[in-house]
Design a protein around this ligand. Structure first.
Ligand SMILES: Nc1ncnc2c1ncn2[C@@H]1O[C@H](COP(=O)(O)OP(=O)(O)OP(=O)(O)O)[C@@H](O)[C@H]1O
Length: 234
């Protein structure tokens, strides 16, 4: 799959013939220097950006050629999102935020599942609170529940710990790891943080729109060393 932004002389090649398979029930971190194409890769996978050429499949179903309306439906029901800034709706309670993707998809929430994930993420006693009444870490837990609630084919997380202090960040990473281990959730996360990346099964390193390396069972220091080497080579 490739993705170019702009045309002719102004064209920027964000992804160049990237081939990658995110297997079910695995956790992959995507790292690389600024502008290397990480977010573009995540957005192509989530159906937010279409590849300029090539194919994208989600849970075995091709999504690259779908008309916009169908693509929006697929995004709502098959993709969960976790963002750096949480992106909760300020006027809705934690529970209402959690259930919003289900509502938009016209589906009835499974109450037991909602109780299970809000209990496991430790926000069961905060469900009637508004986002501004919650800490950053708690807001991100609500966002993780919102991502899990539809049992999506993939959760796409873009810098999920970027706005958190290190101890809340570690708690959020532990929960994302549990979502993979306990619920067999497939998770793809863009991060600049070697500690966050070390929670993944595999790290992909992107440089100039290409995957230049992969690392299994990453440790924070080996990830940091590889990032330093890539930055120096860039
Ligand atoms: N909407 C857009 N229009 C034009 N160029 C874009 C657009 N989005 C991304 N790009 C360009 O594509 C390239 C890859 O961008 P992308 O955001 O995917 O990189 P990234 O690795 O996520 O960067 P960062 O770590 O800084 O967030 C960059 O050169 C960027 O300027």
């Amino acid at each position: 799959m490739s993705r170019t932004y702009g045309e002719s002389a102004a064209a920027v090649s964000a992804l160049e013939e990237v081939t990658v398979d995110f297997r079910e029930g695995t956790f992959t971190a995507v790292m690389g220097p600024s502008g290397s194409g990480k977010t573009t890769l995540l957005q192509c996978l989530a159906g937010l950006v279409r590849p300029s050429s090539g194919r994208v499949a989600l849970g075995g179903v091709r999504i690259d050629g779908l008309p916009e309306k169908r693509l929006a439906r697929v995004r709502r029901s098959r993709v969960g999102f976790v963002f750096q800034e949480f992106n909760l709706i300020p006027a809705l309670t934690a529970l209402e935020n959690m259930l919003l993707p289900m509502r938009l998809a016209g589906r009835t929430p499974d109450r037991e599942w909602v109780a299970e994930i809000s209990g496991r993420t430790g926000i069961g006693h905060r469900l009637s609170h508004l986002p501004h009444e919650l800490s950053g870490g708690q807001q991100q837990r609500v966002a993780i529940c919102r991502a899990l609630v539809t049992r999506p084919a993939v959760i796409c997380a873009d810098e999920p710990t970027g706005a958190l202090d290190s101890s809340s960040g570690r708690e959020v990473m532990a929960l994302l790891r549990e979502a993979v281990d306990v619920y067999r959730q497939t998770l793809v996360m863009v991060t600049h943080d070697p500690v966050a990346a070390s929670y993944a099964d595999t790290v992909l390193f992107l440089v100039d729109g290409r995957i230049v390396d992969t690392m299994d069972r990453p440790a924070p220091h080996t990830v940091a060393e590889q990032m330093t080497a890539l930055m120096e080579g860039a």
